[in-house]
Ligand binder design. Structure first.
Ligand code: ADP
Length: 195
């Protein structure tokens, strides 16, 4: 960008991680609304916190209240939502934090962008694969009912596509797994890095 210069700091991300005694990474939870992303993100954050790790949840719905409050649900806005959120995750990783992202992020190309921003080595794609019929039954926010009534346009799983991850690091179906069990799977997967 012309007339804007990068001012380099003197503390490397590795030094910050060393200070915190952990490796930074982003666990990226993707799946339908109601699949259990936010529930699992908070449960995992709690477990990592209890284990002495410094973790932080970035929740798609929460970020839409503030940082991304100007964005809607068109393909363009969804992509911008993911871009900004991934940039925040990257900064938090640079600060040494373990970041847990809960975003529907329905498009492969958008998730690929997030992977590129965050860096493939730090990006742990986790597909919360709970079937649509189960998510609709749960309908924790009443959104499926509204989508079926035609009150919400472009609702993922109903009137907008969800592209299943092709090579996720982990798949968690919360129809089959309790929150405890899903967290145990996540922690087992993360153990070599984080615990
Ligand atoms: P998302 O963030 O994917 O939209 P939420 O976590 O907000 O999903 O909602 C998932 C809902 O499903 C919550 O009401 C949660 O209590 C419920 N639920 C039932 N069983 C599970 C499970 N095994 N794992 C996660 N959530 C579950």
């Amino acid at each position: 960008m012309p007339q804007v210069y990068w001012h380099a700091g003197t503390i490397a991300p590795e030094q910050r991680c060393q200070r915190l005694g952990q490796q930074a990474a982003t666990i990226w939870l993707t799946g339908l609304s109601g699949a259990g992303k936010s529930t699992l993100a908070c449960a995992l954050e709690q477990r990592l916190f209890s284990a002495g790790r410094t973790a932080f949840v970035l929740d798609g719905d929460n970020l839409r209240h503030h940082l991304n409050s100007d964005l809607g649900f068109t393909a363009h806005d969804r992509r911008e939502n993911i871009r900004r959120s991934a940039e925040v995750a990257r900064l938090m990783n640079d600060a040494g934090l373990i970041v847990i992202c809960a975003f529907i992020s329905p498009l492969r190309s958008d998730r690929d962008m997030a992977r590129e921003i965050i860096g493939a080595a730090n990006f742990i794609e986790t597909y919360v694969s709970t079937p649509c019929v189960v998510c609709e039954e749960r309908d924790p926010k009443g959104l499926y009912r509204q989508a079926r009534a035609g009150m919400i346009a472009e609702f993922t799983g109903i009137s907008a596509p969800y592209e299943i991850p092709l090579e996720p690091a982990l798949v968690l179906d919360t129809e089959q797994l309790t929150v405890e069990q899903a967290c145990a799977h996540l922690l087992q997967h993360l153990a070599p890095r984080f615990l």
